[in-house]
Design a protein around this ligand. Sequence first.
Ligand SMILES: [Zn+2]
Length: 90
Amino acid sequence: MKRSRVRRKLRENVEEHHHIREAVFERDDWTCQIARLTDTPCAFGLSVHHLKKASQGGKYEESNLTTACIYHNDYIEDHPAWAKANGLVR
Ligand SMILES: [Zn+2]
């Protein structure tokens, strides 16, 4: 593939991801979905958490994503057993 085509493809992916991310935030009311499962406060800034990791074939699509603030996104990574018990890891 030519360099310019690779770049265009990359840009399309970024735009597509942005669109999906917005849809996930919208669905979740722009609210961290992890806070209610813990007694720890959110950090400012939202991100999306993959229920099934991208490295394990999890797709970047609404059904595989949930809204998590940047703190709770790390929290999930740091508490794998807890995350699994709460259905945050597939
Ligand atoms: Zn949070």
